[in-house]
Design a protein around this ligand. Structure first.
Ligand SMILES: [Fe+2]
Ligand SMILES: [Fe+2]
Length: 136
């Protein structure tokens, strides 16, 4: 079972970004699968680490495009990235330090909601700008 499936409503019209978003969704689903199949805490931690690491990579890609193309809303957008990074690192810290051997559905839904809202909100807003600068 998957937590969320890619569909065209997630497309921001920049193929390299869509590819990264697809991979992010894939990693989130992998985390969900690991939770659902009661994987050991250590394994779960590794999958969570992988999702967090790739999120950082993805944010860097977007911010590199913003810098390259002088995207006017870069600062506000980057602050949203920082905020999510802070929140997921807190999830990771609590999971690793805590008693629980699993991640709650609440955490999974938080990650899903954030990804959907950010992609369909802020990420979509940069599409016309990046496209006009020839970013593919
Ligand atoms: Fe994004
Ligand atoms: Fe973004």
């Amino acid at each position: 079972m998957t937590l969320m499936a890619w569909n065209d409503a997630f497309s921001v019209g920049v193929p390299s970004i869509d590819k990264e978003h697809q991979r992010l969704i894939g990693l989130l689903n992998a985390l969900y699968d690991a939770v659902q199949s009661n994987q050991a805490k250590e394994k779960l931690g590794q999958v969570l680490d992988g999702l967090i690491a790739y999120t950082a990579t993805h944010f860097k890609t977007e911010e590199r495009y913003f810098a390259q193309t002088h995207y006017p809303d870069a600062e506000r957008h980057s602050r949203e990235h920082e905020e999510l990074t802070r929140q997921v690192l807190e999830v990771q810290r609590r999971f690793k330090a805590g008693e629980t051997a699993t991640l709650s559905m609440e955490v999974m839904n938080f990650l899903k909601r954030w990804l959907v809202n950010h992609i369909q909100g802020s990420d979509r807003k940069y599409a016309p700008h990046l496209q006009s600068k020839g970013i593919k």
